[in-house]
Design a protein around this ligand. Sequence first.
Ligand code: DGJ
Length: 707
Amino acid sequence: MKPAQAIYRIDSSEATLLLSANGAVPRMLWFGASLPQIADPSALHSLCDIAVPQAKLDTAVPLSIFPDSGSGFMGPVALEGHRAGSHFSCTFKIEHIEQSSASIEFTLLDPVAELRVRTEFLLDSDSSVLTINTKLENTGSNAFSVTKFASATLPFADTFTECLTLNGRWGLEFQQHRSAISANQLRIKNTSGRTSHEYFPACIVGQQHFDAERGQVLGVHLGYSGNYEFTVERLSTGEACLQAGMAILPGEINLAPRAVIDSPPLYACAANSLNQMTQRFHRFARRHVLPKWTRAPRPIHANSWEALYFDHDEKTLLALVDAAANAGAERFVLDDGWFHGRRDDTSGLGDWWVDKTIYPQGLHSLVAHVRKRGLQFGLWFEPEMVNPVSELYKNHPEWVLQVEGQDTPLARNQLVLNLGLPAVRDYLYDSIAALVDEYKIDYIKWDMNRDLVLPGNNGQAGVVAQVNGVYELLDRLTSAYPALEIESCSSGGARADYGILLRTGRVWTSDSIDPIDRLTIQRGFGLFFPPEIMGAHVGHDVAHLTGRATSLQTRAIVALQGQYGYELDARHISDDEREQLVGYAERYKQHRHWVAECTTWEVPTRDASLFVKGQVSADQASSFWTVVVSSSLDTTLPEKLRLLGLDGAKRYRITVVGWEALKSFAKHIPDWVVSGAVVSGSELMNIGLNLPVMPAQSALLLDCSEA
Ligand code: DGJ
């Protein structure tokens, strides 16, 4: 007898998810733009019936939401493992289905392999982002060793032929790479033990040449800060699929009888362009991921790192606080170098008390001065790390992640503490909480500066336990101190993902604050994360990481794409530079109250050296646009700029900041640039603007607000 067939459906404001089940593991029939009601489900089933080709199994092997090897599926299966060599293969059947208006949960059971899987699909009604959570339970009476466990496997349209991933390195994160989707598996595998500079946990598949404004896409992001794996493949049947989940080291997960393991959540969004996908991910992250405090206007930071590195004492810091406050800063962050024995990067990590030789009275005078100047106070920590030269290591060498008998290679002279151990988490919690209490710290820059190598936890691989330990420690701190703001930094942007952002609400995007490199870094970052959480600072005239010299105008305008701040040594700037910085700070303050609800727009350009990015308020009454030229354009005049996302019927006053710096590059500058203009949104979006001549590394800021 044929098992009963059923269609399961969830709708959001702009999307529909359709799944079909007939006793075997369900299939996803559709995830995309809203569909009308299905008049005849059995007719739809017959439409989705699959041909059986020659020379293969005698029955069809559909691509299911949890592909298993027992069904004969030859593509990427969702689960691999064994019970001391047996139960190496699984065949799941539906045990139970639970549906509500916004979610469907399928419980799958393999009674022979003694495993149960629960996979839940939640469609957010507002953003249309789909969250998939999957759990695995060992129903047997002995341990099951898991070697692979995918969060989700999604089919995608035949017309999707390109895959966009974000890859990079230290100082150049979030770079966009395109690959063709073919029969060969495209694999992203991160084994660094942190989200990594190299392989951002996301993948966007779409129609050929999809860009900011054209082409259907399916974007997915895994909310996880440890090891992970993505696979994109077109199977020999022609079906294409995208799979993502945590990557498991050998022997790392031995599931005890009755034990359950959660996969990291996978977030998926189907859209008609990258801009639409981005706007939906931003909406989702703002409602369901980011801490509440990110909704408030973000203060202007002054961070001490590039201004002073390790070379600070009370007198120097007081002077820096004054100079930064005079340039418009609202929060002073004391970076690395304040704690016991930390005068360079060879020692001190782990000893989280104020260094008495440099700060005999503690940080009290500094903090009092910061507050007197009306600023908030932030402090840097790198809790997960320890230097072998430290009191902590001397007392607890057994607290590090290590493999007995092997030498763990150092990175920046440091080792990684084993946060799988409750005693380590307690020590860190107590040390950090004591300082938060003593100094009423407003903000923590939580850094993490190395990849995990030989991450042994009591003889076994310990990355999964490490990531859970970090999350647990952060959860403990954020529930004890709900107003405490925490930034996720990892040698710049090596830990940016929705997993860490459930506990932190700002990312230090990159250690490179060279504004030209920042253009592509911030563009990639912005695909999944909204601008209000993107740390973007004005650096020195010559960028420390690249040696490139740029104008203050370009540095400031690029920093205005995110949470604006300073990394430069404000003690050594001219009066004119200070005035300019104050001016940009005022601009930032003018807009920031609506930025946490804004839509962002990337304007696609013909010339790859022209970067245009906009933020438009939810009521479409205010917007600002950064226009930056990275290297010489291939035409004398920049291409026409057509703005996006405005209200066609509204009239906008458009004013330009920074045009005076371009005077010497042309005989004439367009009238609207010099005098401003009031025009309709329709004119700005259709007819567009003629930009002035813009040389390499120049930048303009356009303010476009309802007249
Ligand atoms: C790496 C971070 O990315 C920098 O911003 C700075 O905080 C240093 N660590 C301090 O050691």
